[in-house]
Design a protein around this ligand. Sequence first.
Ligand SMILES: NC(=O)c1ccc[n+]([C@@H]2O[C@H](COP(=O)([O-])OP(=O)(O)OC[C@H]3O[C@@H](n4cnc5c(N)ncnc54)[C@H](OP(=O)(O)O)[C@@H]3O)[C@@H](O)[C@H]2O)c1
Length: 240
Amino acid sequence: MSRVALVTGGSRGIGAAISNALKDAGYSVAATYAGNDEAASKFTAETGIKTYKWNVADYDESKNGIAQVESDLGPIDVVVANAGITRDAPFHKMTPEQWQQVIDTNLTGVFNTVHPVWPGMRERKFGRVIVISSINGQKGQFAQVNYAATKAGDLGIVKSLAQEGARAGITANAICPGYIATEMVMAVPEKVRESIIGQIPAGRLGEPEEIARCVAFLASDDAGFINGSTISANGAQFFV
Ligand SMILES: NC(=O)c1ccc[n+]([C@@H]2O[C@H](COP(=O)([O-])OP(=O)(O)OC[C@H]3O[C@@H](n4cnc5c(N)ncnc54)[C@H](OP(=O)(O)O)[C@@H]3O)[C@@H](O)[C@H]2O)c1
């Protein structure tokens, strides 16, 4: 029986590349999304990967959604907490709503995604938790106090989970992508995009598939001794 992988926000962008890479590696994959039914249907039609709609910011929705995935595909062995949003504003203009939305989705969303699958992983003595953080959680970013706080928080989550899960055969790791050529980044004006690329020593944006290959490796048996780590994939833009 193939292992089961859950990818939140797995219908678009980096998450879609992760879902595809895990499917190609032989996993039964469930991809979740928040509300873009059209993109999710298109993704399922093109890939055969089943999609599920729930809001990662809501604990009960996540718990019920995960129960449905496990009833359809079997116990979840690999969980990729990828769903994330931005609500950018300079700090003096950032509203409490912008702060809270990002905290609820990007940080509490990771708790809501991992917490329901954790007991099963402990019982079965195997699990892979992979959280998609960001370069901006490592270095901070103008107008992203909320986003940077959540992405730095991801690193604390995986370092703590690694210590709790190690004896139960569970690893927890984070990937910090730099700027990746997703719809979001490609939608910014060309001038802005060029100035972003100018700050990347590699001279280009990353590809979603380059992040997906990191995830597939961390999910594999070969990565069993990598636990609590942060992989930076940013074209040499920033070193920790
Ligand atoms: N793109 C980059 O350059 C970059 C760099 C560093 C880190 N990251 C991180 O990588 C991850 C993916 O980014 P991306 O650029 O691929 O994003 P994206 O293209 O905007 O896709 C986001 C995905 O997350 C889902 N989602 C958003 N809010 C959700 C919620 N509350 N509940 C459930 N699903 C939700 C979306 O669902 P819908 O389709 O329904 O909207 C979509 O499937 C994020 O965590 C982001 O912070 C991205």
